[in-house]
Design a protein around this ligand. Structure first.
Ligand SMILES: [Mn+2]
Length: 332
């Protein structure tokens, strides 16, 4: 007889509207639809890392599956940047101004067209009462989960950001209050910085370290690189800035390898040094999961690009104190 008191958790990566893959993965993990109509495992709980919505074709079905599991106590979830963006996109502010916390199609704001484009599939698929119900639900989602033996966050576990949210909002789920959503949508507000870090991950300036700008996949010139906060051994710019040869410079050449430049202490402030496993999504890994995908003893990404031709993936955690890549399970 199994007398272990540690609950088992299956941490599931960014779904982005891929309901067929989600149901295949849940079945593979042993979750079944009971009489009540929601997926359930006899001994385990699912944890979603956020980003249920945007991009994919079956967003409403994904929301129905996941919310019914969470409501029934068979799953937990943290907020992703796409749920946060949806809340801001649909919140008119100031009220009756015709403006929104996340701008729509403002001719003075070149980013705002991109905001609508990124959200277009949701706008088409989730409408009317459904939209109200799920936006309301998004506002209740926590930004992180600390379950003792494991931690879950969408993009980056960062103690200072967590403390800031707790001290300002008194909760890990701050957005039931409109004032918190407004503050988190206002550049320069400390809550904005903290929520950006937790949901989108920290970034580092390349130009400030003597490197050129690069052009991202949409052709937009950028100076910030994502910080590989999970790499506790990072000592140099090359270790910590995620460039990976996927980008080009303004002259169209492949971005040069970053130098082995020693980092000042402040630049390592986001690096995760705790010894509790943390699971996160957000980073569009290409599968299958292996060492070079940056899982470490204490950090594991579960986003394997389900909506971009990858496989929806879970990490099956059963109380182990170190991450073990054998415990990744991908949808068939
Ligand atoms: Mn995502």
């Amino acid at each position: 007889m199994n007398v272990s008191s540690t609950p088992g958790y299956d941490v599931i990566g960014d779904v982005h509207g891929c309901a067929i893959q989600l149901e295949a993965l849940l079945n593979k993990l042993g979750y079944q639809v009971g009489e009540s109509g929601y997926y359930k495992h006899p001994r385990r709980q699912a944890i979603f890392v956020g980003d249920l919505i945007d991009r994919g074709d079956e967003q409403l079905r994904v929301l129905q599956i996941v919310k019914s599991m969470v409501d029934a106590g068979n799953a937990r979830i943290v907020m992703g940047n796409h749920e946060f963006n949806a809340l801001a996109y649909h919140t008119e502010w100031p009220s009756a101004s015709g403006k929104f916390l996340r701008p729509h199609d403002d001719p003075d704001n070149p980013w705002s067209t991109k905001n609508t484009k990124q959200h277009a599939a949701f706008l088409e698929q989730v409408q009317g009462d459904d939209r109200c119900v799920y936006l309301e639900w998004f506002s209740t989602l926590p930004l992180w989960l600390d379950l003792g033996g494991l931690r879950v966050v969408h993009a980056c576990w960062h103690d200072d950001s967590i403390k800031l949210v707790e001290s300002r909002c008194g909760s890990s789920a701050p957005f039931t209050e409109l004032s918190h959503l407004v503050a988190a949508s206002t550049e320069g507000n400390p809550l904005y910085e903290a929520v950006e870090t937790l949901l989108k991950g920290p970034e580092i300036s390349l130009v400030a370290h003597g490197q050129p700008e690069y052009h991202d996949k949409d052709g937009i010139a950028r100076d910030q690189a994502r910080v590989r906060w999970w790499n506790s051994e990072a000592r140099t710019l090359r270790d910590i800035a995620e460039m990976g040869g996927r980008f080009t410079t303004y002259t169209g050449e492949l971005y040069p390898p970053l130098p082995e430049l020693e980092l000042a202490r402040v630049d390592r402030s986001y690096v995760y040094t705790a010894e509790t496993p943390v699971f996160y999504g957000h980073y569009w890994r290409q599968g299958p999961p292996k060492r070079h995908h940056d899982w470490t003893n204490y950090t594991a990404c579960v986003d394997f690009s389900a909506v971009k031709g990858g496989k929806l993936t879970a990490y099956r955690w059963s109380g182990e104190k170190n991450v073990n890549a054998e415990n990744y399970v991908a949808a068939d």
